[in-house]
Write a protein that binds this ligand. Structure first.
Ligand SMILES: [Cu+2]
Length: 155
């Protein structure tokens, strides 16, 4: 007698439970309206032989980024930025008179980009308070050759 194969009884079907993806709906609002910090003011500084071209005549208190380029073709230059009430031509000089005394307490040094080769550049960023600032090149005799300038930061 031929045996008939039958599927065993009682085989329980496995019911796959479907998972409900709990997707978050809504909540697509724009990022919270936290005030973003104001981007730094940008001042472009061109160094030339015994001069500056400086775009920062309307600087407000806050972060300022100075983008410095030595556009001279002959000499290394630099920029030092100090905060002081001294007049532009009255910065304290070194004992031999060739350069500004960089250790003086008569001003507050803010920043510098030093020893910039012709055609090269650099950057400095500083947080400036309201007040009077002087910038100058402190290569020997460059300050006295009037490689200097000043600006006022005001709200
Ligand atoms: Cu110079």
């Amino acid at each position: 007698m031929k045996s008939v194969k039958t599927f065993p009884k009682g085989l329980k079907a496995i019911i796959a439970t479907s998972f409900i993806a709990a997707s978050m709906v809504g909540c697509s609002t724009a990022p919270a309206a936290t005030p973003t910090a104001a981007p730094p003011q940008v001042v472009n500084v061109s160094l030339t032989t015994y001069g500056f071209k400086f775009t920062g005549d309307k600087i407000k208190p806050g972060e300022v980024k100075f983008i410095v380029k030595n556009d001279a073709t002959d000499l290394q230059h630099e920029i030092l930025l100090v905060k002081t009430d001294l007049a532009l031509d009255k910065l304290p000089m070194s004992s031999d008179g060739t350069e500004v005394d960089e250790n003086s307490k008569d001003y507050t040094k803010v920043g510098s980009v030093e020893d910039v080769e012709p055609g090269k550049g650099g950057e400095m960023t500083a947080k400036l308070d309201a007040g009077h600032y002087i910038y100058f090149c402190n290569k020997a005799a460059h300050y006295t050759l009037k490689m200097r300038g000043e600006f006022t930061v005001a709200p």
